[in-house]
Write a protein that binds this ligand. Structure first.
Ligand code: UGA
Length: 445
């Protein structure tokens, strides 16, 4: 099938590449000429395992093209995806200006019946707004062309996006008419072998499904972080508690890892946006607000542990200290630092007069862009380099390569012999046996 995709960000690029990979003819559109030029030369603007070779192969096979020419792309597409950003407004609700701008562009250039698909995470009711924007443009030019707007939210995880896209656990199709459902089923047929993963529903339910999924996952994390804080106070180890509850299939093993708080481009934004939607409809979203508040507090937890260790009051203990920080990305296997817990930690350390020696396997470039040059930040080329001259180690992101350091060596390198483990990667007893002080999340034993 012929597909056009607006937006070559995370969602658009991965979706377009995977659709091309199963044989569809895909044209990806972006307003950023430099990005489009780069993509046509095989330069991928994001770090995502497995994506680059796929983009190159499908581009070489002429199934995948990148352009700034919206009109030509709309002409090409039987199905036109909207996969542009929905950044939070000042009040936390999703800003729809980019989505609606694409809708108007589609209305201006559409020449044959088209299925328009909302892939961006958009508040309930957005499909109606997209429909109205397209209809208005069609009316302005006196065109009478059939179209439908379908909600087809994405469930990609950064770092696993290609696998998630090629082997989806569900394909949500929110549509008002049968013909659109049939078109979408045909498009996704290559991903839907063996058993039916398509869940058909009405448009608004599909829009809400996306938020409900992310809000539920965020809730699990905040719940565990709250349990961790209780564990810390009562002298229990939340890692043992986690193992004790995960075996209950009603609870499950996934997303019950306490840590330095959730970040990324989805959970913080989507929980807030869903809360705003509830408020707009006169509901007080008590649980969602709590999920967000717990997470916000959790992002400050590592620093609180550091302060506790250097308990000299008024930050004097932390002032002048140097911290090796392992991990800056909001999670492993990405260079994404949006809403990353590391950003809060670094700000707090700097505020307290400390110096940071930072290392992340992928996010160094991104962190340089965000933080710029400053005296109290040293960008390091390896985990080991970050330790040189450091007083203590703080682990913020659970990259595999941080999982089994030589604790004896750490003991020799760290002047204050302290490890702050923001992702509970280490066995406290093992760290302590090497003569290091250990602080984890919710490990009060
Ligand atoms: C999330 C969802 O998992 C995807 O299903 C969804 O499609 C995506 O948002 C989206 O809406 O686009 P993502 O933001 O890439 O994916 O990352 P996750 O793997 O979900 O991690 C989010 C954050 O939660 C990370 O900061 C991670 O460290 C944290 N986390 C995750 C925990 O603190 N504990 C856990 O047990 C799991």
């Amino acid at each position: 099938m012929r597909v056009a995709i607006f937006g070559t960000g995370y969602v658009g690029l991965v979706t377009g590449t995977c659709l091309a990979d199963v044989g569809h003819q895909v044209v990806c559109v972006d307003i950023d000429q430099a990005k489009v030029d780069g993509l046509n030369q095989g330069i991928i603007p994001i770090y995502e395992p497995g994506l680059e070779p796929m983009v190159k192969a499908n581009h070489a096979a002429t199934r995948l093209a990148f352009t700034t020419d919206a009109a030509a792309a709309i002409d090409h597409g039987q199905v036109v995806f909207i996969a542009v950003g929905t950044p939070p407004d000042e009040d936390g609700s999703a800003d729809l200006q980019y989505v609606l701008a694409v809708a108007r562009t589609i209305g201006r250039h559409m020449s044959v019946p088209t299925v328009v698909v909302n892939k961006s995470t958009v508040p309930v009711g957005t499909a109606d707004k997209v429909r109205a924007a397209i209809a208005e443009e069609l009316a302005t030019r006196g065109a009478d062309i059939a179209f439908d707007v379908v909600s087809n939210p994405e469930f990609l995880k950064e770092g696993d996006a290609v696998a998630d896209c090629m082997r989806p656990d569900r394909i949500i199709i929110g549509a008002a008419n049968e013909e659109s459902v049939a078109v979408m089923r045909r498009l996704y047929a290559p991903f839907n072998r063996n058993h039916d993963r398509v869940v058909e529903m009405d448009v608004r339910s599909a829009e809400l499904t996306k938020y409900a999924a992310n809000a539920m996952l965020a809730t699990k994390i905040s719940f565990m972080n709250e349990i961790a804080n209780i564990a810390e106070r009562v002298g229990a180890d939340v890692e043992q508690v986690r193992q004790g509850i995960g075996s209950d299939p009603r609870i499950g093993w996934h997303f019950i890892y306490p840590g330095a708080g959730y970040g990324g481009s989805c959970f913080p934004k989507d929980v807030q946006a869903l809360a705003r939607t509830a408020q707009q409809y006169g509901l007080e979203p008590k649980l969602l607000n709590a999920v967000e508040a717990v997470n916000d507090a959790q992002k400050g937890h590592l620093f609180a542990l550091i302060q506790r260790h250097y308990d000299k009051g008024e930050d004097e203990g932390v002032r002048g200290k140097t911290f090796a920080v392992w991990g800056l990305a909001f999670k492993p296997n990405t260079d994404d630092m949006r809403e990353a817990s590391s950003r809060r930690l670094l700000a707090q350390l700097w505020e307290a007069g400390a110096t940071v020696r930072a290392y992340d396997p992928e996010a160094m470039h991104e962190s340089q862009r965000i933080f710029g040059e400053r005296d109290d930040l040293v960008f390091c080329n390896s985990a080991d380099e970050a330790l040189q001259g450091a007083d203590a180690l703080v682990v913020v992101t659970e990259w595999k390569q941080f999982r089994s350091p030589d604790f004896q060596k750490l003991r020799e390198q760290l002047k204050d012999a302290a490890v702050f483990d923001g992702r509970n990667l280490y066995e406290p007893a093992e760290v302590e046996a090497a003569g290091l002080a250990y602080y984890g999340i919710g490990r009060g034993r």
